[in-house]
Design a protein around this ligand. Structure first.
Ligand SMILES: Cc1cc2nc3c(=O)[nH]c(=O)nc-3n(C[C@H](O)[C@H](O)[C@H](O)COP(=O)(O)OP(=O)(O)OC[C@H]3O[C@@H](n4cnc5c(N)ncnc54)[C@H](O)[C@@H]3O)c2cc1C
Length: 456
């Protein structure tokens, strides 16, 4: 296959080489591409057709996407849809860094199922061409990835040149320092958008978050402030969404990674995998949901969800809950739309609240997924034998929930038991039965579907 690419590329060597460079340059000036086409009087459809024709020449060749932020993931889908073979290079050990690692595994498999080749731990160090004019993307590991087209989606940094020239203070994050009403260090100047430093409402850290919703809300606050109203920007919780190949990932609030950076440790995490709507109505798809909440108060700190239906709706609800400093007990109680094609009588948001509230009320203790490989506890898989046979946590013992009450004598009383099942529901029931019978028990939240994220 590589020979084929080489032959095709070789026959168009100069053109490809120039195009590749052009693509890289174009990505660097994407913010200006729109202005350029506007300037030439090329807008809307015409601009898209030109862009499409430009990309079309690369059909059947390899496009390399560098970086797996939201833009990189969406770009991968677009290139595949244009007929390119796509390779993704990510310097981190995981893709989709807006998610915690165990949530990103699903994203990785989804991309691979659409023939996207994903490489993690590959930090790009340069671009080069060989004697035949084949463009290659070089990484620090010494690997060279052939590419006819390269897209860089490696993150955004505020360009504060103008602000610095105006003598405005720049914050530690590199963004322009502003106060609540978004006034800069020069009281005659307000600043909004991607280039300003704002407060993270969950961690209290300062951050720069390049999202359109923030920029727009800030514009209104600044306008109010300029006109003498006392509006203040509330801060951000970095609510974001992204879609590719039919999959949606959405996040709001803190991830465990950001909590670690902020030194926040008093929290717990639950996983659940509910269907997007009532299962008897066709088309329901699982939503893989992670909820992070403070202990012992239960204040919602963050949520991440991955799935193919209803994902962003649940994250939007939780985003509002975070903004109102709500707790998991509020999620238990929140009243949401329900008809079978839209949701469930116990919506995934309610379920997330219930599962977390069970922990805070002491109905169940959580086992730690990262410690699974080291624990001396007995791992008890309470699924049916055929499910266990299909696949199971390494070392787990199978005792179906349906037989548990009759077989309690087979279980050790001196050893902690960690219960597990498919999605975390049956193992919760099992843990209740065991606790009521005097065993020391913890539950592996989210069951085998969560295990799969930790151990792909
Ligand atoms: C490919 C891509 C996809 C995105 N998708 C999403 C999304 O799905 N959801 C989301 O929330 N956000 C998304 N964003 C981010 C979103 O576009 C930005 O957060 C938002 O546009 C920021 O608004 P802003 O006003 O700060 O900056 P911009 O919208 O970038 O506007 C700044 C303007 O100032 C002009 N400018 C810069 N310097 C000067 C100067 N010296 N003199 C005069 N003019 C100047 C620029 O040309 C530009 O027109 C995306 C960004 C990109 C690049």
């Amino acid at each position: 296959m590589f020979m084929f690419e080489k032959a095709v590329v070789g026959s168009r060597r100069y053109w490809i080489w120039i195009s590749c460079l052009l693509a890289v340059i174009l990505m660097g000036v994407v913010p200006y591409f729109r202005q350029l086409t506007y300037g030439l009087g090329i807008t809307g459809m015409s601009r898209d057709v030109i862009w499409g024709l430009y990309i079309a020449q690369f059909t059947f060749l390899v496009g390399v996407v560098v970086g797996t932020g939201l833009a990189g993931l969406e770009m991968a889908e677009n290139l595949v849809n244009r007929g390119l073979k796509v390779t993704i290079l990510e310097m981190l050990p995981q893709i989709a860094p807006v998610l915690d690692p165990e949530m990103s595994e699903r994203v990785c498999r989804h991309l691979e199922s659409h023939r996207v080749v994903v490489h993690v731990r590959e930090r790009v160090s340069g671009f080069e061409g060989d004697a035949e004019g084949v463009c290659q993307v070089r990484t620090e590991s010494g690997t060279a990835f052939p590419a006819a087209l390269v897209f860089l989606g490696m993150g955004v940094q505020p360009d504060t040149t103008l602000a610095q020239r105006a003598g405005l203070e720049i914050g530690a994050t590199g963004g322009i320092r502003v106060d609540g009403p978004l006034r800069t260090s020069d009281s005659r100047i307000w600043a909004v958008g991607d280039a300003v430093q704002v407060d993270d409402v969950v961690t209290g850290l300062q951050c720069v978050v390049p999202l359109a919703g923030l920029a727009s809300r800030q514009g209104r606050v600044a306008a109010d402030s300029i006109c003498g109203r006392g509006s203040k920007f509330r801060g951000t919780q970095a609510t974001a969404v992204c879609g590719f190949f039919g999959m949606t990932i959405a996040v709001t609030g803190a991830t465990q990674k950001t909590l670690r950076q902020a030194g926040i440790t008093n929290y717990d995490v639950v996983y659940l995998h509910p269907d997007s709507h009532a299962t008897y109505y066709p088309g329901a798809r699982p939503i893989h949901l992670k909820l992070i909440f403070s202990t012992p108060q239960g204040r919602i700190l963050g949520a991440q969800a991955v799935g193919e239906d209803g994902v962003e709706k649940r994250i939007d609800v939780i985003a509002m809950a975070i903004q109102k400093q709500a707790t998991v007990f509020d999620l238990e109680e929140c009243e949401l739309c329900y008809a079978p094609q839209y949701g469930a009588a116990r919506d995934p948001v309610n379920l997330a609240g219930m599962v977390a509230a069970n922990v805070l009320r002491g109905d169940v203790k959580l086992a730690s997924w990262p410690q699974l490989g080291e624990t001396p506890a007995l791992i008890l898989d309470v699924r049916e034998p055929h499910e266990y046979a299909a696949d199971h946590i390494e070392g787990a013992v199978n005792m179906p929930l349906t037989q548990l009450r009759k077989r309690l004598s087979e279980l050790p009383r001196e050893r902690e038991i960690w219960t597990s099942c498919g999605m975390g529901e049956r193992s919760y029931y099992a843990s209740r039965i065991l606790v009521q019978n005097g065993f020391t028990v913890r539950n592996l939240s989210g069951g085998y579907l969560t295990y799969w994220g930790w151990n792909p």
